[in-house]
Write a protein that binds this ligand. Structure first.
Ligand code: DGT
Ligand code: CA
Ligand code: CA
Length: 574
């Protein structure tokens, strides 16, 4: 039975949610959440590791009991504890948890106080205005609930890029093992590195058609075959992710790759350029009359319309064609350009590893420096640091820097930006640091003017350097704050501050259009992992994907610079 890390993580999350609704021991709940995080972020496929007779390396938060559960899940596809919890609660409760804005705490409240056990009951309760009177809800929340129920019905589900990557990589490996198969590429929004993807569009070349499609459709993770022909097939995976596979002739591969990578808007613009030159461009090639003139490679498609190759991340018809024509396409930043990471956590706040372990993992990931940036005291759930604990940590960092080779640790903080724009720690503590990262962790729904002023005011602090996850959104569960981003970018420019592009898969925040704005205004962006474990450095690739979608070059990214230059930029203006 195929089980991916994401499936194991999802089971642990479900257990945690249901335990929380039940009102179970908070430590136990937290243990399952940590385990979900550790498993979900683990770089190798655990099931295939076990299949090869290997064991899990020591993962944060995975003790003997949880390790046994990981084995149980990979072997049986489920977990006895989850089954028991499912018997305790109606299955519709799990549906409630999927609604944006409804975490287990709120679902528990609805369940206990209003006997809401299903989405339909939720809707009725909201319409009857019963929800607004529950502690911690209010009329606004009630309205949000009704809105999200209304939009939910029409909207099909999208997958976060990092989640889709797990499914895509396993499937590509499976397809490549078929001996008739030659090339396999995932095109579509996945290749453009969009933050979420609707479905996977896979192109292959192979010597024998129908047999390949048969093998694809019998992939053991396929739940449903929607269509199966000689040269194309569509299936829905157990996860709900749809996959379209197309077999293309070798001489059409570049044209097909171009066509199915999209975006549609980009394709239409390119096709129009072809028409101006008397050419027909489609997924089979570029044609003048009946004669094929290009299409074996993607570059050849661009060449016939007198353009240089345009990287997939730029293909959104947002000015890339004009830039290409002028010879002004950006040289997009790559993962290998990153020299450091300026936002991460250790055990001291809500991370899972020691500073030393984080530093060694960063070095392993090819980085030269990191900044340790724990939460500040206001964030009690994350064991935020007060000035005293912070100063103690600085001594620890100094000691580590004396013993570690090939990696330097900067002394930082992720300080809370309070509702009035003041910072959660006094200047006397901040001035001891190499780096102050500021972040909003509450009051996300202030009106635009207030929210913007809050950030601008925080930036007035002379020690403030990087605005972390500027939009504050979580892809599946929280809308971005209402902000005048242009004002913030310009203030950052005046103040010598930087904006973060947070690489956590559910954040990917700065959004691409604001990366482009920062670049145009001359504000550097810092692509940071916000790692809470040694495994999280792997997420930098998604941050880089987003940076590329935002047109960023290495020179536009703060942490592509060497340590000395970064330190100078961080200490300027203090
Ligand atoms: P998604 O799946 O919603 O995340 O987004 P895409 O971009 O992967 O879109 P999808 O899967 O519907 O189609 C894949 C690509 O195929 C798309 O990016 C461009 C191309 N394509 C689809 N329909 C059309 C069309 O009507 N005209 C043109 N020119 N291209 C199309
Ligand atoms: Ca797609
Ligand atoms: Ca598709």
């Amino acid at each position: 039975m195929p089980i991916h890390n994401a499936d194991i993580a999802a089971i642990f999350e479900q257990i945690a949610d249901l335990l929380e609704i039940r009102g179970d021991n908070p430590f136990r709940i937290r243990a399952y959440r940590n385990a979900a995080r550790a498993v979900g972020g683990f770089g190798q496929d655990i099931k295939s590791l076990f299949d090869r007779g290997r064991e899990l390396p020591k993962l944060p938060g995975i003790g003997a009991d949880l390790n046994a559960k990981v084995h149980e899940i990979t072997a049986t596809g489920t977990c006895e504890l989850l089954e028991r919890l499912h018997k305790e609660f109606p299955s519709a409760v799990t549906e409630l948890l999927k609604l944006p804005g409804l975490g287990p705490k709120r679902v528990k409240m609805l369940y206990d106080k209003l006997q809401v056990h299903a989405v339909e009951e939720l809707q009725r309760a909201a319409q009857a205005e019963k929800i607004r009177d529950l502690p911690g809800f209010g009329a606004k929340t009630e309205e949000h609930i009704l809105q999200s129920l209304a939009t939910r019905s029409g909207e099909s589900r999208r997958f976060k890029l990092a989640t889709a990557t797990q499914y895509a990589e396993a499937l590509v490996a499976y397809l490549k093992k078929i001996s008739a198969v030659d090339k396999v590429t995932v095109a579509g929004s996945f290749r453009r590195m969009r933050e979420t993807v609707g479905d996977l569009d896979i192109l292959i070349t192979a010597s024998a058609g129908s047999a390949v499609m048969r093998r694809f459709c019998s992939y053991d993770e396929a739940r449903e075959v929607l269509a199966q022909g000689e040269t194309r097939a569509s299936v829905v995976l157990k996860s709900g992710l749809q996959v379209d596979v197309r077999l293309m002739p070798r001489e059409s591969y570049g044209a097909a790759l171009h066509y199915f990578t999209g975006s549609k808007a980009h394709n239409i613009a390119i096709r129009r350029l072809g028409q101006d030159r008397g050419l027909k461009i489609n997924e089979y090639g570029v044609f003048r009359g009946e004669t094929r003139v290009a299409g074996e490679t993607e570059a050849s498609v661009y060449e016939v319309v007198d353009l240089p190759y345009i990287p997939p991340e730029l293909r959104e018809d947002r000015g890339e064609i004009e830039a290409a024509r002028r010879g002004e396409l950006p040289q997009l930043v790559t993962l290998g350009d990153l020299k450091g990471d300026l936002h991460l956590h250790s055990k001291a706040s809500d991370g899972h590893h020691t500073i030393r372990e984080m530093a060694l993992a960063a070095k392993q990931a090819g980085l030269k420096y990191i900044a340790v940036t724990e939460h500040s005291r206001r964030l009690t759930v994350a064991r935020g640091l007060d000035p005293q604990r912070l100063l103690k940590q600085l001594d620890e960092i100094d000691r580590l820097n004396q013993t570690l080779d090939g990696i330097t640790i900067l002394r930082g903080i992720e300080v809370d930006i309070l509702e009035d724009g003041s910072l959660d720690l006094p200047d006397s503590a901040l001035k001891r640091l190499d780096l102050v990262v500021g972040a909003v962790h509450g009051a996300f729904d202030l009106p635009r003017r207030k929210q913007t002023e809050r950030i601008l005011r925080a930036m007035d602090n002379r020690y403030f350097k990087i605005l972390a996850h500027p939009g504050g959104r979580l892809i599946d569960s929280r809308e971005p704050c209402d902000l005048d981003m242009l004002k913030i970018v310009r203030k950052a420019k005046r103040r010598g501050c930087f904006l973060e592009l947070n690489a956590q898969p559910e954040r990917l925040d700065l959004e691409d259009v604001y990366c482009q704005m920062a670049r145009e205004e001359g504000v550097l962006v810092s692509v940071n992992s916000d790692a809470h474990s040694t495994l999280d450095f792997a997420n930098l690739r998604y941050g880089i994907g987003q940076a590329r979608r935002g047109w960023l070059e290495a020179k536009d990214v703060l942490n592509t610079r060497g340590l000395r230059e970064v330190k100078a930029l961080l200490s300027a203006g203090r």
